[in-house]
Design a protein around this ligand. Structure first.
Ligand code: GLA
Length: 430
């Protein structure tokens, strides 16, 4: 029996409200690897040479990225986070890498990463210190931007610790200008809104003009409660943040923690599916040298990556919340649509969810093709406005679908989607 709850999800196509940072970068959400969540500030290379923050870690990650299909799948940036520098600047006031852990220096590391056809990211902070207490860039924006350019670094993650929040915006803008002045292509990853939200609503027009992506919310942890809190925050602020996203500038819900310890496989599928729906940067923080085959397959799933990297560059919305299910939808290029159904019920087995076209819904009129991508790839075939499509969704898992219109004369993107939970357990698709 279908529940009589009706969802009416209306997706209006909105163009990003502001011009993106005009550096030609991040036209699609950035893909790569970033050390923080997995390796944090482990600087003890005597006790833990394999996992400490050292040039060796990034070189090994770059090697694996090429050998194990990551680069081919689209993961491009190998990114250093906090704890890389020496506690002292050099005699010229420049940042320098810790000499014990980075004996070759950052330039040589960048050369190595480039020789593999990959790009190198680095980390600094808008304030007096980094969050882990290393030297910040306050008072040194031009010097540091030039240093990173001299080292041929390709991305800067710029954190917001140890800074008066009223000056955070100005600091981010000044660093953006300093990077631009170097003439080098350096993707600029900010945490500006995260440091402003606790005081007031950030100015997303200015943020989009300044940064290639921006963190809005707390750091991701290796747990389902953390991933859930990020999804909840995003959905409850979607009217503010989604219109700001588009080619050149993206909301950043933080790293993918897939392949670590804290998420079940279904939860990993949820993170991957929803990060694709959110048009989020796909920056993995895991140990690519030792990752289970299922997590690897999920992270390299070309159908999900295609949703993430869709050229239209529109971030999706949560369009319904009913009976412990959430429906998220992302408009794709060529009038296609991605739909993620997340089962938030953490007791029991897989639950069925009915999807059907609501009145006025054009994408399946007269017909559309539906493909299930997660949890297993399945062609669900041709559907019509009369179809009731029942999908099975694992507990804390996500069923991810794409819908492709068959008729060629779809105009406008007024999309309605109506869904309801089914009480009985369903494993069939129709
Ligand atoms: C902050 C950032 C994290 C990470 C740490 C490093 O917490 O949000 O992503 O960069 O600092 O200290």
């Amino acid at each position: 029996m279908c529940r009589s709850v009706c969802l009416l999800a209306l997706l209006v196509v909105v163009s990003p409200t502001a011009e993106a940072l005009d550096n030609g970068l991040a036209l699609k959400p950035t893909m790569g690897w970033l050390h923080w969540e997995r390796f944090m500030c482990n600087i003890d290379c005597d006790k833990d040479p394999n996992n400490c923050i050292s040039e060796r870690l990034y070189m090994q990650m770059a090697d694996v990225m090429v050998k194990e299909g990551w680069k081919e799948a689209g993961y491009e940036y190998v990114c250093i986070d906090d704890c890389w520098p020496s506690h002292q600047r050099d005699a010229q006031g420049r940042l320098q890498a810790d000499p014990k852990r980075f004996p070759g220096g950052i330039k040589k590391l960048a050369d190595y990463v480039h020789s593999k056809g990959l790009k190198l990211g680095i980390y600094a902070d808008v304030g007096k210190n980094t969050c882990a207490g290393y030297p910040g860039s306050l008072g040194y924006y031009e010097t540091d931007a030039q240093t990173f350019a001299d080292w041929n670094v390709d991305l800067l993650k710029f954190d917001g610790c140890y800074m008066d929040w009223t000056l955070v915006g100005e600091g981010y803008v000044n660093m953006s200008k300093a990077l631009n002045k170097t003439g080098s292509s350096i993707l600029y990853s900010c945490e500006w809104p995260l440091y402003v939200w606790q005081f007031k609503k950030p100015n997303y027009t200015a943020i989009r003009e300044t940064c290639n992506h921006w963190r809005n919310f707390a750091d991701v942890y290796d747990s389902w409660s953390s991933v859930k809190s990020i999804l909840d925050w995003t959905a409850s602020h979607q009217d503010d943040i989604v219109p700001a996203a588009g080619p050149g500038g993206w909301n950043d819900p933080d790293m993918l923690v897939i392949g670590n310890f804290g998420l079940s496989h279904a939860q990993q599928e949820s993170q991957m599916a929803l990060w694709a729906i959110m048009a989020a940067p796909l920056l993995m923080s895991n140990d690519l040298r030792d990752i289970c085959p299922r997590s690897k397959e999920l992270l390299q799933n070309k159908h999900i990556i295609a949703i993430s990297q869709d050229p239209l560059g529109k971030q999706g919305y949560r369009t319904a919340k009913v009976d412990n299910f959430e429906v998220w939808e992302r408009t794709l290029s060529k009038n296609r649509l991605a739909i993620a159904v997340l089962n938030q019920q953490e007791i029991g087995g897989p639950r069925g969810f009915v999807l059907r076209a609501a009145p006025g819904w054009k994408i399946c009129n007269p017909q559309c093709n539906v493909t299930q991508i997660l949890p297993q790839y399945k062609e669900l075939g041709v559907q019509t406005p009369q179809t009731k499509l029942v999908v099975s969704v694992n507990p804390s898992g996500t069923t991810l679908l794409t819908v492709t219109p068959i008729s060629s004369d779809i105009t406008g993107h007024k999309l309605y989607w109506r869904g309801a939970a089914v009480k009985r357990k369903h494993n069939t698709s129709l």
